[in-house]
Design a protein around this ligand. Sequence first.
Ligand SMILES: [Zn+2]
Length: 78
Amino acid sequence: MTQEIEREFQANKIKRLPPSVVKDIELKNHARRLANLSPIKIKIRTCISCGALFESAGNRTCGCNTRSTGYIAGREII
Ligand SMILES: [Zn+2]
């Protein structure tokens, strides 16, 4: 029940998703709802690479190492 408060409290330490990505997720969620799929949730995660808190829609890193790990269609290869 305190999750929202904690989220607000930590908000300035967290790397936020860019607005374009959030919008993309919203559009996908709208389509997913119509298709009776569960929506994509944005969660606060700790980056497995640098340890920073960040908003994630499934990624395991905050984007600090995207050039070194490589991405295919936005999905990390681990
Ligand atoms: Zn990172």
